[in-house]
Design a protein. Structure first.
Length: 276
């Protein structure tokens, strides 16, 4: 008996090499950052995470430019992001600062690794939500702080403190706040500008190219301070915009109630009781 041919399209075998090479390189940087942190080379670990950020931004663009996008590449990119921007920053911060809480009593001794685990879980949930909502949200905004930006804040804080000659023990409580705060912002519903509306293919004004060169010059002057400050301001921009929108909504509601009262004056004046 001859079987009928299947109507389902055959899945292509193999993977695209070029974009996945960038993803693998980003994964390597994240893994190397963990190894460097375990060897107390925190500055090198932070640099490795920032290099992973650059490579992570390139793999998707390379895939789109070369028309080599695939579902495998998208899933592989998420797995690499979890290591480079979820696990690596948490372990770097734990080795640098949070691990010193182990000698602070029965309760505080667990707070350090719980904070690092909280950050890792929030990064995993952030990546999972991004994959589920892909294609169904406004491309102009990210919902929650992107995991690369959160990793830049956490590892940038370590790099910033190391550059100042401070130890993790001296900055223990600020490190705890930065770790928990960055993790909470990742899985929040706060909107962040995605900058995806910037056209990188067409012509741009000369001033735009000048601003790019000026940005690179400013970063090269003092990378730890500039990068940490820049990503920290980006992380704080979301809550600031969120509070501004709440205030604007409250003002609109107040104006709406005022206009309704003006059109219904009987609503505001007291109605006398009926006479007996």
């Amino acid at each position: 008996m001859i079987s009928e041919p299947s109507s389902e399209p055959r899945r292509p075998r193999g993977v695209y090499l070029l974009p996945n090479l960038f993803t693998t390189a980003a994964l390597f940087c994240g893994f190397y950052a963990i190894i460097a942190a375990l060897q107390n080379r925190f500055e090198l670990a932070a640099v490795a995470v920032f290099v992973a950020m650059v490579l992570d931004g390139l793999d998707g663009r390379v895939a789109r430019l070369t028309h080599t996008e695939s579902e495998f590449g998208a899933q592989y990119d998420s797995m690499a992001d979890l290591v480079s921007f979820g696990l690596a920053p948490a372990l770097i911060m734990y080795e640098w600062a949070l691990g010193s809480m182990a000698s602070m009593g029965p309760f505080l001794s667990k707070l350090g690794w719980l904070a690092a685990f909280f950050y890792t879980v929030m990064a995993a949930l952030r990546l999972a939500r991004f994959n589920v909502q892909l294609g169904s949200t406004d491309k102009r905004y990210f919902i929650g702080l992107p995991s690369p930006s959160a990793a830049a804040i956490v590892t940038g804080f370590v790099w910033f403190g190391t550059d100042l000659g401070l130890t993790g023990t001296q900055l223990l409580w600020p490190a705890l706040v930065v770790t928990v705060g960055a993790g909470a912002l990742m899985f929040s519903n706060i909107l962040y500008f995605s900058f995806k509306q910037v056209d990188l293919h067409g012509r741009v004004p000369f001033i735009s190219a000048l601003l790019v060169v000026l940005t690179l010059v400013i970063i090269s002057i003092d990378p730890p301070k500039v990068l940490f400050t820049g990503f920290l301001l980006y992380g704080l921009s979301g809550p600031v915009m969120y509070l501004a929108r709440l205030r604007q909504r409250a003002r609109r509601r107040a104006q709406g109630v005022g206009e309704f009262s003006e059109t219904n004056p009987a609503r505001d004046r007291e109605i006398p009781p009926p006479s007996p």
